[in-house]
Design a protein around this ligand. Structure first.
Ligand SMILES: Cc1cc2nc3c(=O)[nH]c(=O)nc-3n(C[C@H](O)[C@H](O)[C@H](O)COP(=O)(O)OP(=O)(O)OC[C@H]3O[C@@H](n4cnc5c(N)ncnc54)[C@H](O)[C@@H]3O)c2cc1C
Length: 247
């Protein structure tokens, strides 16, 4: 199905919330809000006084059930052009040019069913969070697991909300792995995601799992290759790459 041409519109920043030292969530009220499919993204366009323009894509973190507004979660890339502007310059009440929702491949909604396995590296958790928030808003109960890789405990985005979601829902389990410094007393995974870890997390779902993988390019490629090696049908694997970093 052909997508309609999306118009740029000016969203108003109505909330800014720090998530971790390097990530912030931004709520935008949109005059022409449209329900999105969890996993889709918006483009943000910045225009300098001299007319220079640049744009980047940001996944929608919020569920489509939140009518009229959208939430984006952005990691500050130290030498970046757009993400430091969003972190350091943007304030409440500012207007931001956005266009979306965009994308029809990396999407999951309750009607697609499960079992569902979502695998995140770093800020790659953002579109997967939209899926989990949508699932919770719909009171869906298909078996669902998240495997989320972060460098340290301080880098985990949405930690409290993920813990609360998992605690209130027997059909949802969240597994963390820490690649640099696990929290004190941590007994869970403490390495990069590998085939053995994937095998353990996917085990109860076996080859029926619908898998969504999002994060740095190297993580996404390693996970996708391991899933193919496990003979998971490729049409059940959806991937999204956020950036060049391999960490
Ligand atoms: C479909 C899609 C959805 C995305 N969703 C999100 C999201 O929800 N949250 C989010 O924070 N980002 C997301 N991104 C990444 C985002 O679009 C930008 O690439 C990122 O914010 C960097 O932009 P920048 O202008 O700050 O840095 P740039 O000026 O573009 O790059 C500066 C330097 O950082 C490197 N770099 C670029 N992107 C990354 C990255 N992601 N990680 C590490 N190094 C990087 C570049 O190679 C370059 O060396 C998404 C990307 C895509 C394609």
């Amino acid at each position: 199905m052909e997508q309609p041409v999306l118009q740029w519109q000016a969203g108003t920043v109505t909330a800014i919330r720090p998530e971790t030292l390097k990530t912030k969530s931004f709520t935008l009220a949109l005059p022409k809000w449209m329900a999105h499919r969890p996993g889709q993204h918006y483009d943000i366009r910045l225009t300098a006084p001299d007319g220079y323009q640049t744009q980047r894509s940001y996944s929608i973190a919020s569920a489509p059930e939140r009518v009229g507004e959208l939430e984006l979660t952005v990691e500050r890339i130290a030498d970046g052009e757009v993400s430091p502007y969003l972190h350091d310059v943007l304030v409440l009440g500012d207007r931001l040019e956005v266009r979306g929702p965009i994308g029809g491949y990396f999407v999951w909604e309750v009607a697609l069913g499960g079992p569902l396995l979502v695998i995140a590296g770093g800020s790659g958790v953002v579109p997967l969070m939209a899926m989990l928030r949508h699932r919770a808003a719909q009171h869906a109960t298909m078996p669902t697991r998240m495997l989320y890789s972060s460098r340290t405990a301080d880098d985990v985005i949405y930690r409290d909300e993920l813990d609360a979601l998992a605690a209130s829902d027997r059909t949802l389990e969240v597994f963390f792995t820490f690649t640099r410094q696990p929290p004190a007393g941590w007994t869970g995974y403490r390495r990069r995601i590998d085939a053995a870890m994937l095998g353990e997390v996917i085990q109860p779902f076996d080859k029926r799992a619908r898998v969504y993988v999002c994060g740095p390019t190297l993580l996404v490629e390693a996970v996708a290759n391991a899933l193919v090696q496990m003979e998971l049908p490729t049409e059940q694997i959806r991937t999204e790459r956020f950036g060049p970093s391999g960490a």
